[in-house]
Ligand binder design. Structure first.
Ligand SMILES: Nc1nc2c(ncn2[C@@H]2O[C@H](COP(=O)(O)OP(=O)(O)OP(=O)(O)O)[C@@H](O)[C@H]2O)c(=O)[nH]1
Length: 847
């Protein structure tokens, strides 16, 4: 028969079914929905309870019935409750008048460390409606099956330690000792995290005895039905246990059970070595006279005992240890280290470390992993045996050890580049190398000098066809296709864009007899100094003349004559005259002979020997008669040499290899990574080898020759007539300029300010201001005095102290410089005035 009333329904409600109830539903069922059977049981129970109660106890029927209702018409329970509740005995101090918030574990720990807790006094009334919340917070430890049952009944027991309203305490009389002596806040007090002793491990399968709310559904307040159902279930369990226990007192048995549990937990409230937070006042105040042996555990206001007064803890007696304020070790750390670093060794037990399954194996316990050498030790010892180090040499004392490097720091004059000390003259003779010739290409602007040299290099395969095709394409791009061959020599962007040679361009080729160095000079008058620099390095000259109509004539008025005179005044005796662009005049024999006659007359006037002059008709653009015979039918009249044959047959002046080093710097290169300072120039006399110390003049600074390159190949030495590149060390680049003289420090060039010079006059020469050129070396000066006019051939004096020297005359003059220059007898100099060359000559004597 299904229950009809709420009471019946509550009896059949399992805990698990309670989740579906709400307070609203409870209120609705608690109306006057009692059945007749309920009313009859209440009436009979009331009569029996009235009989059992003493007359001294004043209680109303309604109160009796209320109790019967709670105890499911159990008269005996009801009477016990009513006696306890309404007995005239004085009220105990079990309920503090002031409700204070209990001290949490943290606060107790803080108190133990001398930190006052911030207890917040306040009233907190716990009602039956709050039962679930309280129980949830205090009795959820799964290991305390029986304890949880107690918690269900002791609704006034809270973690906060706050006593509840007197009227609402209905079960306190049943378990007062437990309530007063074991606040759950201390339950885990002596249990370090991760080191729960086995006997305190919880049983996960414990049935929930309390109605759950909140997260598990339902109301946050436990329903009355749920509380009654729990109480009924507890009653049934008690009935089973009571049968096997002495029948002295039911509640006492329950309390003893709790005491036994506390003993197992090593909880000694009476022990003087107990937790310092236990106040003595609390020990003096028994909560319930019926169970006076149990003391309440920490009071709300713990008293901090003085450390010095506390006796030393007995190691044998289990005691509650207040945790250190420092954070306990993690499980991982506990497994690794076994225990906290600051825990006393004598307290290390099996509970202080996380037990691992294999730790109980006898083999593991007896194992001593550090008894034998480790694998690393074995390997190291084996290695030590295999490669025994040789006995160390006796080390020098510290003083000797430090003295050795100091000796290396000694300053000496030995160059860092070691010289091979070669006899260069012998090396040169033994080498059997081809004769070497440097020629300068001179002539008026645009007469075809660069084009002619480009043709020569291409025909001699110095420049391959692919490179030439590339140059042609690039020249076509900017509309200067006719300059493609000239670009073989003119390699700077400025020269290519302007179509004009600016500086000396150097290139190399060789024939069967000779290794040639080309010095392509600029034809424009603005670059005469550069032309002079090139001419100063030349053994002979190639004068290029444009055979086109009017070009030859304009050249005579321009740099054709000037260049010829300059090279002659600088010592050049051999001259090859290339009558160029013969294709433009259809290889006219008349034109060629006209030019040859006019130029021959002029050149002989300029002190060139007729037999030292060779005229070659050619066309550089087409390549006719450059390296191969001309095939044009109009040129049948010419049966002479080609240009290359004329070059190869040129006589070369004797080298002054055995004399002291004299090198005219043609160019200075700075900033290379491997070679920070390099110079190039013709060796006028002497030789140089790697490791030599040289002297730069007029800077008067020495340097070491680190390396030598000749025609882009490294060599050990170089001799007069060659134009090497010297890589230097131990000198600042500021001391090296184009035109300076590099010489042997032991036979240095002197610096002079005035000298006697035999000149060939190009213009009228008077005592006058002039610019003095020695190659690229240049200085302001003046013709101070005219000494004499000389015979061109014999050099005899024709006239002393002339007032003027006419063009074409040879004279001896005294030149004075504004600054000192490295000059010596035999040096070729050029005198220029206002951009015109007025004379060139040979330095005779320094004054
Ligand atoms: N028709 C013809 N033109 C030539 C010949 N040689 C050179 N040219 C042209 O003459 C022009 C000038 O030639 P370049 O070689 O630059 O003359 P350059 O004497 O080197 O000039 P600078 O070095 O500036 O003094 C170019 O346009 C050439 O194509 C030739 O044999 N025949």
């Amino acid at each position: 028969m299904p229950p009809k009333s709420g009471h019946h329904r509550a009896k059949n409600v399992g805990f698990d079914d309670d989740d579906g109830y709400s307070d609203d539903y409870l209120e609705e069922e608690e109306g006057d929905g009692m059945t007749d059977e309920d009313r009859e049981q209440l009436r009979i129970g009331t009569a029996k309870a009235r009989e059992a109660l003493d007359s001294s106890i004043t209680v109303s029927d309604a109160q009796i019935q209320e109790s019967l209702w709670h105890y499911f018409y159990d008269v005996e329970k009801t009477v016990a409750y009513l006696k306890n509740k309404f007995a005239p005995t004085p009220k105990t101090t079990s309920t503090p008048s002031k409700k204070q918030k209990a001290t949490s574990r943290f606060d107790q720990a803080a108190s133990a460390a001398g930190v006052e807790t911030n207890s917040t006094p306040g009233k907190q009334t716990t009602s039956h409606a709050q039962l679930g919340e309280i129980q949830e917070s205090t009795c959820t430890a799964p290991s305390l099956k029986s304890l949880a049952r107690q918690c269900v009944e002791n609704v006034n027991l809270s973690d906060s330690g706050t006593s509840v309203d007197e009227s609402s305490v209905r079960d306190k009389s049943l378990y007062p000792a437990f309530v007063d002596t074991f606040p759950t806040s201390n339950f885990f007090w002596d249990t370090p995290w991760g080191n729960v002793p086995p006997h305190r491990l919880g049983e996960i399968t414990v049935e929930p005895l309390l109605p759950r709310g909140r997260l598990l559904g339902g109301s946050s307040k436990p329903s009355k039905l749920a509380a009654l159902a729990a109480a009924r279930k507890r009653k049934q369990d008690e009935a089973k246990n009571v049968a096997s226990l002495p029948h002295e007192h039911d509640t006492r048995t329950e309390a003893d059970t709790a005491v036994a549990l506390l003993d197992r937990l090593s909880f000694k409230a009476k022990d003087t070595t107990g937790p310092p937070s236990i106040p003595k006042e609390a020990e003096k105040k028994p909560r319930h006279s019926r169970y006076p042996t149990r003391k309440r555990s920490p009071s709300p206001t713990p008293e901090i005992p003085k450390t010095e007064e506390r006796p030393p803890p007995k190691s044998t007696a289990p005691a509650i240890e207040f945790p250190d304020l420092r954070a306990p070790p993690s499980i991982f750390a506990s497994v690794l280290c076994g225990t906290s670093a600051h825990q006393p060794i004598n307290q290390i037990s099996e509970f202080t470390s996380f037990p691992l399954p294999y730790t109980n194996f006898p083999g593991f316990k007896d194992a001593n992993p550090f008894a034998n050498p480790s694998p690393d030790d074995l390997v190291l010892s084996a290695q030590a045996k295999g490669t025994k180090p040789k006995p160390a040499k006796t080390k020098k004392s510290n003083g000797e050890h430090l003295a050795a490097p100091m000796e290396k720091l000694a300053v000496d004059e030995i160059p860092r580049v070691k010289s091979k000390n070669l006899n260069v003259v012998e090396e040169f003779e033994k080498s059997g190398m081809k004769r070497m010739a440097n020629f300068v290409v001179i002539g008026h602007v645009d007469h075809g000098k660069s084009t002619l040299m480009g043709r020569l290099l291409c025909d001699l395969k110095v420049v391959d066809q692919r490179s030439l095709d590339k140059l042609r394409k690039e020249a076509e791009t900017i509309g200067k296709s006719s300059f493609a061959l000239a670009w073989v020599m003119d390699q700077t962007s400025e020269e290519r864009s302007r179509g004009v040679t600016v500086d000396i361009a150097t290139n190399y080729f060789e024939t069967e007899k000779t290794r040639f160095t080309i010095l392509d000079a600029p034809g424009h008058r603005d670059f005469i100094p550069n032309m002079i620099a090139g001419a100063s390095q030349a053994d002979f000259a190639v004068l290029v003349i444009d055979a086109s109509t009017n070009s030859f004539e304009s050249g005579l008025k321009g740099q054709t004559k000037e260049h010829a005179l300059l090279v002659r005044s600088m010592g050049v005796q051999r001259l090859v005259v290339a009558v160029n662009k013969m294709d433009t005049v259809s290889w006219s024999q008349e034109r060629f002979e006209e030019i040859s006659q006019q130029m021959g007359t002029f050149l002989t006037t300029a002190s060139f020997s007729a037999k030292s002059i060779t005229f070659i008709p050619c066309a550089g653009l087409t390549g006719e008669n450059v390296t191969k015979k001309v095939e044009d039918p109009n040129a049948k009249w010419y049966t002479g040499e080609t240009l290359i044959e004329a070059l190869d047959s040129s006589e070369i002046a004797k080298r002054n290899i055995g004399k002291p080093l004299r090198l005219t710097i043609g160019d200075v290169f700075r900033g290379g990574i491997t070679n920070p300072v390099s110079i190039s120039g013709r060796i006028d006399a002497g030789s140089v080898q790697v490791g030599d110390i040289i002297l730069a003049m007029p800077a008067n600074e020495t340097a070491a020759v680190k390396a030598i390159e000749l025609e882009n190949e490294p060599v050990d030495w170089a001799v007069a007539g060659q134009i090497p590149t010297l890589h230097l060390t131990d000198i600042d680049p500021v001391h090296l300029r184009s035109g300076d003289i590099v010489c042997d420090p032991k036979n240095a060039v002197k610096l002079i300010k005035s000298f006697t010079c035999k000149i060939l006059a190009f213009e009228h020469v008077l005592p006058m201001s002039v610019e003095v050129f020695r190659g690229r070396l240049q200085a302001e000066g003046k013709v101070k005095r005219l000494v004499a006019v000389l015979n061109k051939t014999s050099g005899d004096i024709i006239k002393n102290k002339p007032r003027i020297v006419k063009p074409g005359e040879v004279a001896r003059v005294i030149v004075e410089l504004d600054r000192e220059l490295p000059l010596e007898p035999g040096t070729r100099v050029v005198l220029r005035e206002g951009g015109n060359t007025v004379a060139a000559g040979l330095l005779e004597v320094s004054i």
